[in-house]
Design a protein around this ligand. Structure first.
Ligand code: SF4
Length: 371
């Protein structure tokens, strides 16, 4: 089967290997663009959240490239993700697209249904090829994250401005074409040295801002207007709190066998939020507390307009900010977000955090010289 899937950052690199291992032909949609969003928005109900619209646009672009199947993740809980796949399937059907829609989600006891979907996916492969593809895909997913983490650390320290991001893009292209686990390892080792060489040895300590929010908006550069890159070019090191590798480990593997627990997050969020509210709302609150305890310089919170779990988190973050003395910026994005205004808000926040850090440093120096 020719299978397409929605973009989520650089996840397509791992998804391609997985689908090949499963005996399918991956049809990677073109990089998400304004056209993708317009296409998705045109066929979506007005009030749905931004990730729905963009992912539907990706599917339509993938189908236009000849795909006859769609791979999508599902979800459950008090947020709209649980309905995404079904509504998108119905929209595509109403649009005259006869496609096989395969939704991967945690079984929640419906193992028969889950295994049925899994069999559709694995029907055209043998166990050995499947295992090799799945392993390569997992290794690539971890490698993508490793390269991206190198980039967020290297960009605010770069020797020559504007060198880190193009270097990251070249390494990701190499990773995409890697055929074996050893090749992936070699790329990561060489890239680790490469990123080090791009950094100035005498670089000053950059500002460190934690990033929390709704997972799709955090991970998809089109949806977040290349937030990490923008912050990096303002001299900020972004501290990520969301990892796709961790998400897959927790929500696909551990949750399926009952090994995933929200208890650590609940403990962190205690006093602010009692439990799961869907999406990443609890994580946003819990991770913000953790970031404040790590003495980060500030927190950036990003969410799509009308995202219920993050709206709840957004209402709580000012209290965390006040209790822990850490500045927080909440950014809401939708299809009408203008780049200029977005950039201005980021610059103003970075400026505020920078002056605050300098003031504290001045007070510390004064105390030391006075003693
Ligand atoms: S977490 Fe928010 S943006 Fe994501 S699906 Fe749920 S409501 Fe929509």
């Amino acid at each position: 089967m020719k299978i397409t899937f929605p973009h989520l950052g650089n996840l397509y690199i791992a998804a391609e290997s997985l689908l090949k291992g499963l005996g399918h032909e991956p049809v990677t949609p073109p990089p998400t663009s304004r056209r993708t969003l317009e296409l998705g928005s045109y066929h979506s109900p007005d009030e749905v959240c931004l990730p729905f619209k963009i992912s539907l646009g990706n599917m339509l672009e993938g189908l236009a490239q000849g795909a006859d199947g769609v791979l999508m993740i599902g979800g459950w809980g008090p947020c709209r993700l649980g309905y995404y796949a079904e509504i998108q399937r119905l929209i595509l059907k109403a649009f005259g697209k006869q496609v096989e829609f395969i939704t991967l989600e945690v079984p929640r006891g419906r193992w028969g249904e889950y295994l049925g979907r899994f069999r559709t996916l694995t029907a055209s492969t043998d166990l050995r090829t499947f295992w090799q593809g799945a392993r390569l895909s997992w290794v690539k997913l971890k490698a993508v994250e490793e390269l991206e983490l190198h980039a967020v650390s290297a960009q605010p320290r770069e020797k020559n401005e504007g060198t880190v991001r193009p270097y990251l893009r070249r390494q990701l292209e190499l990773l995409r074409t890697a055929q074996t686990v050893d090749e992936v390892q070699e790329i990561c080792d060489a890239a680790s040295r490469g990123f080090r060489e791009l950094q100035a040895h005498d670089a000053v300590r950059p500002l460190r801002l934690g990033l929390v929010g709704e997972i799709y908006t955090v991970l998809e550069p089109f949806a977040n207007l290349r937030l990490e890159e923008r912050l990096g070019s303002l001299g900020v090191e972004v501290v990520r709190t969301i990892s796709l590798v961790e998400w897959v480990r927790n929500h696909i593997f551990k949750k399926a066998v009952g090994l995933y627990s929200l208890a650590p997050l609940r403990r962190l969020a205690a006093g602010y939020l009692r439990g799961f509210i869907g999406g990443h709302g609890l994580e946003s609150v819990a991770r913000s507390v953790a970031l404040a305890r790590q003495n980060l310089d500030g927190i950036v919170h990003i969410l799509p307009l009308s995202c219920m779990p993050e709206i709840v988190a957004r209402a709580i973050l000012p209290r965390i900010s006040e209790d822990h003395g850490i500045p927080v910026l909440s950014l809401i994005v939708d299809e009408h977000t203008a780049e200029a205004g977005f950039q201005t808000r980021l610059e103003a926040f970075v400026d505020l955090v920078q002056r605050r850090v300098e003031r504290f440093e001045g007070q510390r120096q004064a105390r030391l010289s006075g003693s």
